[in-house]
Design a protein around this ligand. Sequence first.
Ligand code: NI
Ligand code: MN
Length: 228
Amino acid sequence: MDIRFLGQACFELSEGDARVVVDPFLKPNNPVSPVTADEVEATHILITHGHADHIADAVGLAKRTGAHCVAVVEIASWLSEQGVEAVSDPNLGGTVEFDWGWVKLVQAFHTNTIQLAGVVIGPPAGLVINIGGTTVYHLGDTCLFSDLKLIAERTPVDVALIPIGGHYTMDRHDAVLAAEFVGAKTVIPMHYNTFPPIEADAGAFKADVESKTDSQVVILEPGESHTV
Ligand code: NI
Ligand code: MN
């Protein structure tokens, strides 16, 4: 399975014919993304929450590609109202199955506003994604919380995508404990260096995690991929 980082919290997970895009936020909305929404082919789109840096390109990408979207029920209904045709609407704890695997919505501590609508619509989520037998845990935007350990105990994690930028999420110091709680073989930092408030030293995060845990940290620049 290939994991391509597209900047901020956006990843493309590819396995066989499946191209699963998480939190589409692409050029020019995303200042660090190497690609526009017209340059991404998605079969599925998974969304953690409604902030623009996670959802800005979801409707356009879904309409052009016909990708099947998964988001918490309130955001799912908003997507349907925008004209997206294939939408699944779980809530926290719910799992949606596909031919390539499944995605489960889990807890994240954050807020959740679709800024254009100006309303709070449902809770934010983390995503536990099983694709081709590999489990990827995208933590979403969250602060540190101890049930990260419970989530990983329930479903052992191969690859953890962990925010390190601080200000809007946990910072790189809290993220070291998050990495310890999740206990993944591989950790990929995200949600940093996109905007000035979330600048972070990914190399220092890598050194801290690798000295305190058994996880390996893979730092991806936007556009780079890692194969597991
Ligand atoms: Ni957010
Ligand atoms: Mn965010």
